[in-house]
Design a protein around this ligand. Structure first.
Ligand SMILES: [Fe+2]
Length: 485
C-alpha cells in the first residue's frame, strides 16, 4: 500500500519538535469573534510537550514529557500558563542535557548495548488530568500519577495515595512493577462521587487492577483480576448502574523483550487478530463476568450505560487493527499509508444473562478523542464530539471537528484546510436543558501560518464563536479538563 507525505502533518510535528518555553498567565489576543460572557472557568490540557529529547527524535506519539497548558476564562479574556510536569526523569534529563531513559515507544540510541537491562522507563505524566478528592493529578497509564499545584502548576511529585498504589503482590511482582499503574482515564461515578480507575499490571501473574477513590481522596485496590497476557488497555466504561467494562484484546506486550531492552515496550506489542477479545464486566457488588467478541481494538470508549431492559451498552471507537510502531514512526515524519487504520464508532450490547455480545456501527464517520456532555457519563446519551473524518474526506487524517448523534447516526463537522485540531472539551451552558447546549474548546494548528489557536465553538452546530492566538506552538496533546468557576 502506497505511503504518502502529508505536509500539514509534517509542519505540525516540526513546529512542535522542540517546544521549551513556559509562560506565566499571558493574555491571549482575540483574533476573531467574541468570548461568551458566561464561559467562566479554567481549561487544563495535558499532552506530550515536544517530540524529541535533547536532539534525539521520539519514535512514538505517546513519548515526550507531559506539559500542562492552562487557559483561564473570565468572560472577557483568556490567560495562558504552561508548565512541564517535573517528573524525576524530566529533571534528570534537563540536568544531564541528554536522553537518559527509555520510554514507551523509544529506546535509547545505541541499540541493545545501550538498552540491555535498563528496566526504568520514563513516566511522562503526559496523558490526562483529573481533579478529585482535593488533588489535581497529571496521569500516565504506565505508572503513578503526579500531583500538581492547582494555582502555579508546580509539580509536587509522584503520588501513590498513601501507599495504596504500591505493589502488594509477590516479591517478584514488586521487582517487575514496584508502583501500580493508574490509567489516564479515571471516571467519577455521577451519584456516589467515587472515582473509579484501573491499571494493567505486568508481573509473574499479569493482573487487571481496579481502584476506587472516595470523594475524600482515600484510595483502595478494590479488585485484582488475573489476565492471560500483559494486555494493553487504555480506557474503560463506568455506568451509573455501577458496572465497569474492560476490553482485553489480543494486543499484548512481550514483557521479556521489553524489559531486556531488545525493543521498546510499544515495539514489543504483539497482535493476534484471530483471537477473540475478552470483555470483562465487574458488577456493582464486585461480581465478575467474562464475555467474548471478535477482534477489534478500542483506544477510547465514547460512553456506556445500562439500558432499561438490563442490557449493558458500551460505545467504542474501534479499529480493525492495532497501529504498529513503524506506522507511528512514519506518522511523526508526516507519512501515512493510504490504508491507515482509523477508528469507527461502534456500539456493543452486552446481554449478561445470555452471555452474548452484539455490535452495530453507528456512523460512517471515523474519529478519536471522543467527548460527551459531562452530565451524561454512565447514562443514556445522544451526542458525542470528537476529532474525526467524514467518509468523503480524501486525506487519512482526523483533521475535522465532528459531532455525532449516536441515536440517529446524523453527524456534522467543521473543517479548515491545512489545519489539525485537538480533542474538544465539552462545557454545558449554565441552566441548559438540551444535551448539546454548550461550548466546545479546542486547539487548532494552522500549517499555512504555522500558528496555534484556541477556539471556542458552539456545541450545537460547531460554529466558531471566538479564536485566540497562543504565544507559541504547542502539540495538540491528548486530554483536557474543564473546571467551572
Ligand atoms: Fe486517552
Amino acid at each position: 500500500m502506497p505511503i504518502r507525505h502529508y505536509p500539514t502533518l509534517h509542519a505540525y510535528v516540526e513546529a512542535n519538535r522542540r517546544t521549551r518555553a513556559e509562560y506565566d498567565d499571558e493574555v491571549l489576543p482575540l483574533l476573531e469573534g467574541a468570548l461568551p460572557p458566561d464561559l467562566v472557568g479554567t481549561l487544563l490540557r495535558n499532552g506530550n510537550g515536544h517530540f524529541e529529547q535533547h536532539g534525539v527524535p521520539y519514535e512514538h506519539l505517546f513519548d515526550g514529557d507531559g506539559m500542562v497548558a492552562r487557559f483561564r476564562f473570565d468572560g472577557r479574556g483568556v490567560t495562558y500558563r504552561n508548565r512541564y510536569v517535573r517528573t524525576q526523569e524530566y529533571v534528570a534529563e534537563e540536568k544531564a542535557g541528554r536522553m537518559l531513559y527509555r520510554s514507551f515507544g523509544t529506546n535509547l540510541p545505541g541499540g541493545l548495548r545501550a538498552n540491555f537491562g535498563k528496566t526504568q522507563f520514563k513516566n511522562t505524566a503526559n496523558t490526562s488530568l483529573v481533579e478529585h478528592g482535593g488533588h489535581l493529578l497529571a496521569l500516565w497509564e504506565g505508572g503513578l500519577p503526579h500531583r500538581l499545584d492547582p494555582d502555579t502548576l508546580a509539580t509536587h511529585g509522584r503520588f501513590d495515595y498513601d501507599g495504596a498504589l504500591r505493589n502488594p503482590f509477590s516479591w517478584l511482582d514488586r521487582r517487575i512493577t514496584p508502583e501500580l499503574p493508574f490509567s489516564a482515564h479515571p471516571k467519577v461515578h455521577p451519584t456516589t462521587g467515587v472515582l473509579h480507575n484501573f491499571g494493567t499490571v505486568a508481573g509473574s501473574q499479569h493482573r487487571l487492577a481496579l481502584y476506587e477513590v472516595s470523594p475524600a481522596g482515600e484510595a483502595r485496590l478494590a479488585h485484582a483480576l488475573p489476565m492471560p497476557a500483559a494486555t494493553f488497555a487504555h480506557d474503560f466504561v463506568l455506568t451509573q448502574s455501577g458496572h465497569r467494562i474492560f476490553f482485553l484484546t489480543p494486543v499484548a506486550f512481550d514483557v521479556v523483550r521489553a524489559l531486556a531492552g531488545i525493543t521498546s515496550p510499544a515495539a514489543s506489542i504483539k497482535v493476534d487478530p484471530r483471537q477473540a477479545t475478552q470483555i470483562v464486566v465487574v458488577g456493582p457488588t464486585g461480581e465478575v463476568q467474562r464475555l467474548e467478541t471478535e477482534f477489534g481494538f478500542p483506544f477510547h470508549f465514547v460512553n456506556g450505560y445500562q439500558d432499561a431492559d438490563g442490557t449493558l451498552v458500551a460505545d467504542a471507537l474501534l479499529m480493525n487493527t492495532y497501529p504498529d510502531s513503524l506506522s507511528i514512526k512514519a506518522y511523526l515524519a508526516g507519512n501515512l499509508p493510504d490504508d491507515e487504520p482509523l477508528a469507527k464508532f461502534v456500539r456493543f450490547r452486552l446481554n449478561l444473562g445470555a452471555g452474548t455480545v452484539t455490535r452495530q456501527q453507528l456512523s460512517d464517520y471515523e474519529g478519536e478523542l471522543p467527548e460527551v456532555n459531562p452530565q451524561c457519563v454512565g447514562q443514556p446519551y445522544r451526542y458525542t464530539w470528537a476529532i474525526g473524518r467524514p467518509p468523503s474526506h480524501p486525506l487519512p487524517l482526523l483533521d475535522h471537528l465532528i459531532k455525532l448523534d449516536v441515536q440517529t447516526g446524523a453527524a456534522c463537522h467543521a473543517y479548515e484546510p491545512a489545519t489539525l485540531v485537538s480533542e474538544p472539551v465539552v462545557i454545558p451552558r449554565e441552566g441548559a436543558t438540551a444535551e448539546d447546549d454548550g461550548y466546545l474548546i479546542y486547539l487548532r494548528f494552522d500549517a499555512t501560518t504555522t500558528t496555534t489557536d484556541l477556539i471556542v465553538a458552539d456545541a450545537t452546530d460547531l460554529h466558531l464563536l471566538a479564536r485566540l492566538r497562543l504565544p507559541h506552538n504547542i502539540p495538540l496533546g491528548f486530554h483536557g479538563l474543564w473546571q467551572p468557576a
